[in-house]
Design a protein. Structure first.
Length: 379
């Protein structure tokens, strides 16, 4: 490995993780890779600040590597705290964090625990089905996702994930019906359109010899149109695998096109911002050290960057508003401390008496709003 890289071995609950952080050749960024048993389970890229010299690059590399290592340990430490006082919502959220980081077996256990606490927790049921899909237990995944569909028949993503299970089982008719149902609910569902295109190519790859020329042309055109629409709705779809897949399709190399289309998007893509938001809110509720001002500022910064990329997600703005309320709480605490110091010096200082009382009321109101915003079931 490159001499500029940093590698650490971390043992957590009997599992030996390897974390490697290294500059990306030819690009102004770092890549941090987590492996377990030689298998990559999580990779993140970090853009480098402009104008770094060699010493600055080394410092940024060390800090990024340290942060990534601490983050990994923090996830499992937080999980232990949740195990001491589990709720359905908390188990679902830590399960999402595990799922996002590739810890599929840990995620499966947390979604199971959530459903033991609340058998009708729809999000856990859905995510349990997704996890079973990733673990390639397709029959159990279908049973779970069909139950989720019965509980939430208007959720487009449930039909999407059902379609994925059928697609991976090469049950193309069923897959197509699921994707069409997802698109009926949400016509702008880019991944559903991409997978619909993939299913169309699947017909060509697995039964082209039995299809008429007209049907081959229809399927090719539908795959081309759906994939292009997906790339228009979500520019991230137009990656190297996408370009290769469309080229294979154009040249009638249907088997290669089908396999490559499957690789255009990961089998699981977490909802935008969920991992950041859930880690912060769970730490707020369960972390032994709690949340401090610095952590809140870092959270606001990370969430702001996500919103800059996805400005039309209403829930992200709501979570950012909640974060600023938490920041206000720290500021209100600081204000009360200063007013108290003023009163220690001059107990008859009327302005300080009034302002201390008003700020104390403000602080209580902030806590009431935060309780409604953060704790499930309130508000």
């Amino acid at each position: 490995m490159d001499s500029a890289s940093l590698t650490s071995l971390i043992e957590i609950e009997g599992k030996n993780f390897t974390i490697a952080t290294t500059p990306v050749a030819g690009k102004n960024r770092l890549s941090s890779l987590i492996q377990l048993g030689g298998r990559s389970i999580s990779q993140r890229d970090f853009d480098l600040p402009e104008g770094l010299d060699a010493d600055g690059l080394k410092h940024y590399l060390r800090e990024t590597h340290r942060t990534r290592s601490v983050e990994l340990e923090s996830i499992f430490r937080l999980n232990k705290k949740i195990d001491e006082k589990p709720t359905a919502d908390a188990c679902w959220k830590i399960g999402i964090i595990f799922l996002s980081n590739g810890f599929y077996e840990d995620a499966r256990q947390k979604f199971q625990k959530s459903m033991e606490t609340d058998p009708n927790h729809l999000q856990s049921l859905k995510c349990y089905g997704i996890t079973l899909t990733l673990l390639e237990d397709y029959d159990a995944a279908l049973a779970t996702l069909n139950r989720a569909k019965d509980l939430g028949p208007t959720f487009a993503d449930i039909y999407y994930h059902l379609g994925n299970v059928h697609l991976y089982k090469r049950e193309l008719d069923e897959a197509v019906q699921c994707y069409l149902q997802a698109l009926q609910i949400n016509p702008r569902y880019a991944d559903a359109r991409l997978r619909l295109a993939t299913a169309c190519v699947g017909y060509l790859a697995h039964s082209s010899s039995g299809l008429t020329d007209v049907r081959v042309q229809e399927l090719s055109e539908r795959a081309k149109n759906e994939s292009e629409t997906a790339a228009t709705l979500n520019p991230k779809v137009r990656n190297r695998a996408f370009m290769m897949a469309t080229d294979y399709l154009k040249n009638r190399k249907y088997s290669q096109a089908f396999q490559t289309f499957l690789d255009v998007r990961p089998r699981y893509v977490p909802r935008i911002g969920d991992e950041i938001i859930f880690f912060f809110t769970l730490t707020l509720l369960y972390g032994s050290e709690g949340i401090d001002g610095q952590m809140t500022e870092q959270y606001i910064d990370r969430l702001t960057r996500v919103i800059e990329e996805f400005p039309h997600y209403a829930d992200l703005h709501h979570h950012l508003g909640t974060a600023y309320l938490i920041k206000c709480r720290f500021d209100a605490n600081r204000s009360m401390k200063e007013f108290k110091k003023a009163l220690d010096i001059n107990p008859q200082f009327q302005k300080a008496i009034t302002n201390f009382g008003d700020t104390e009321d403000l602080h209580k109101n902030i806590l009431t709003v935060l309780k409604k915003a953060i704790i499930p079931g309130n508000g």
